[in-house]
Design a protein around this ligand. Structure first.
Ligand code: RB5
Length: 157
């Protein structure tokens, strides 16, 4: 798979180990920055880069790391077609893909240690959407919210 990886300064310590682990597993890693540690950088800039890569289909999935994982997931979920979530337990990291078709994993580098982060990424990358009828039905409802909100935004402008 092609996987976009990005972080702000808060997630920076985990970005390289995660990118290396994904590459070791045979994935093609797209590095969306930050490329250097810059304490004044802003997580939305990296959320945008990773989310756009997923939205445009340039990457199959994304991994986004900030300090808590919260800002990253809020920002990434503003992009239609992106289904981002913070998962700090391995069950959610694979179940989010299997049931909810999560395509962007958010992590907080100040919350999880490096070994757990790598386990989370491995669980996320190995999982596939179950395609069961009940999950497709629920996903269709979620996607209808996205379509509705995009329509209402267009109508308001
Ligand atoms: C940066 O200090 C921090 O606020 C950011 O990485 C993230 O945790 C935001 O949710």
């Amino acid at each position: 798979m092609r996987i976009a990886v990005g972080s702000d300064h808060g997630g920076f310590p985990l970005k390289l180990p995660i990118a290396e682990e994904l590459a070791r597993l045979g994935h093609e890693v797209v590095d969306c920055g930050a490329h250097v540690f810059e304490p004044a950088d802003d997580y939305p800039d990296f959320a945008e880069a990773v989310a756009l890569a997923v939205q445009r289909g340039d990457s199959d999935r994304g991994v986004l790391i900030c300090g808590s994982g919260v800002g990253a997931s809020i920002a990434a979920n503003k992009f239609a077609g992106v289904r981002a979530a913070i998962c700090h337990d391995t069950y959610s990291a694979h179940q989010g893909v299997e049931h909810d078709d999560m395509n962007l994993l958010c992590l907080g580098a100040r919350i999880v240690g490096s070994e757990l982060a790598l386990e989370l990424v491995r669980a996320f990358a190995a999982a596939t959407f179950s395609n069961e009828e009940r999950h497709r039905r629920r996903l269709a409802k979620v996607l209808s919210f996205e379509a509705r909100s995009m329509n209402s935004t267009e109508e308001a402008t």
